[in-house]
Design a protein around this ligand. Structure first.
Ligand SMILES: NC(=O)c1ccc[n+]([C@@H]2O[C@H](COP(=O)([O-])OP(=O)(O)OC[C@H]3O[C@@H](n4cnc5c(N)ncnc54)[C@H](OP(=O)(O)O)[C@@H]3O)[C@@H](O)[C@H]2O)c1
Length: 340
């Protein structure tokens, strides 16, 4: 790209529809003057950006998808440089959804834009990871959908990713007994059972998920938080005990293929075991945001819960961070530090 120049804003545009995994050629970094705030808006300099699996689906276009040759949408945190919005003042730190760009015009209360509560001792990256949509997804999955109870056993897939790690932290605080995770490399499995505190973990490349899960949880599981779909979902249905619950969060094994989603061949076990399977869409649970912050902030301050993120330095590497995340290059939430 280019040297960043004062007075110049940069944005990532999608310029082609990817087939399978996206590549750098599907995107362009586009320059424009830094916009001036108009009445009712504030100019924000983005500090950190989130790149997320759901962006991949939006890149296919269609209803609700990304238009070509226009800035993309994404979660971001930034600082107000100038404001004509009575709800925001210069210097405020804000969360908003105009990511994939260096500067944005935002309005408090519109499209999720909010001034951050700014908890002392909590790093900014927390608001795009464990206190952001990622943590909120995990919290809603466990407390509202699966209703995890103390002493229950949990399996989570894509366990070393943002939602996966947040799920494990929150489940531990809720009193889960055994926490089992799957991930895509031996190094990630070591992290899971090491500093991330999982009781057991396996690499899904090492053999059928159902067999590896049965070995890791010989007595079964009570709750499955599904980030992956396909064979993971089928394996978990097999391992769940009677009255078990599945909080279905995502199906990343399918996002970069044009195959139809794989249906679990053992779906009828849902009946035999009286299982409950329910989808989780974080936008239906935004009312839990303050509750999540009140629940987690003391643990973030004490250090008993960490902010687990892979932070890629520099706006010019936003596309690289996004594609890398789809290929599993992150541990914890994948973020971009804009001015890194
Ligand atoms: N429903 C909602 O509202 C909501 C909100 C947030 C996220 N989600 C979903 O939650 C899941 C995790 O999202 P995240 O933001 O936390 O991303 P993430 O887990 O931090 O990153 C994606 C991870 O997926 C794994 N992966 C990629 N291809 C895979 C495959 N074929 N099979 C198994 N794992 C694969 C990679 O790790 P490995 O190295 O382990 O393969 C990669 O690190 C996604 O499915 C996402 O769509 C849903």
């Amino acid at each position: 790209m280019t040297n960043h120049t004062a007075g110049t804003a940069y944005a990532v545009h999608q310029i082609a529809r990817p087939t399978g995994f996206p590549t750098a050629a599907d995107f362009a970094y586009v320059e424009q003057p830094v916009p001036a705030p108009v009445p009712g808006t504030a100019l924000v300099e983005n500090l950190q950006l989130s790149v997320d699996p759901y962006h991949r689906g939006m890149m296919d276009g269609g209803e609700g998808g990304f238009a070509l040759h226009a800035p993309l949408e994404g979660r971001a945190v930034g600082r107000v440089l100038a404001s004509l919005d009575p709800g925001l003042a210069e210097g405020d730190l804000v969360f908003h959804r105009q990511g994939w760009r260096t500067h944005a015009l935002v309005t408090a209360g519109v499209d999720g834009t909010r001034k951050l509560r700014g908890h002392a001792g909590v790093p900014l990256s927390a608001y795009l990871s464990v206190l952001g949509g990622t943590g909120l997804t995990a919290y809603a999955a466990l407390t509202r959908v699966a209703r995890l109870r103390e002493g229950e056993d949990l399996f989570v897939s894509a366990a070393a990713g943002g939602v996966g790690v947040a799920t494990a932290h929150i489940a531990r605080l809720l009193g889960a007994r055994r926490i089992i995770g799957s991930a895509g490399s031996a190094a990630k499995v070591r992290r899971l059972t090491g500093d991330l505190g999982f009781d057991a973990a396996f690499d899904y490349h090492d053999g059928p998920v159902a067999e590896q899960l049965a070995a890791a949880a010989p007595d079964g599981i009570d709750v499955y938080v599904d980030n992956v779909g396909g064979d993971h979902l089928e394996g978990a249905i097999g391992a769940l005990r009677e009255f078990g619950r599945i909080a279905w969060v995502g199906a990343i094994s399918m996002y970069n293929t044009d195959r139809a989603p794989a249906a679990p061949r053992n779906l009828f076990e849902v009946v035999h075991k009286s299982l409950r399977l329910e989808g989780v869409l974080v936008s239906h649970h935004t009312d839990l945001q303050e509750e999540l912050e009140d629940f987690l902030v003391p643990h973030l301050r004490s250090g008993s819960v960490g902010v687990d993120a892979t932070v890629v330095q520099g706006f010019d590497r936003t596309v690289e961070a996004f594609v890398g995340m789809l290929h599993g290059q992150n541990t914890g939430k994948m973020l971009v530090e804009v001015t890194g």
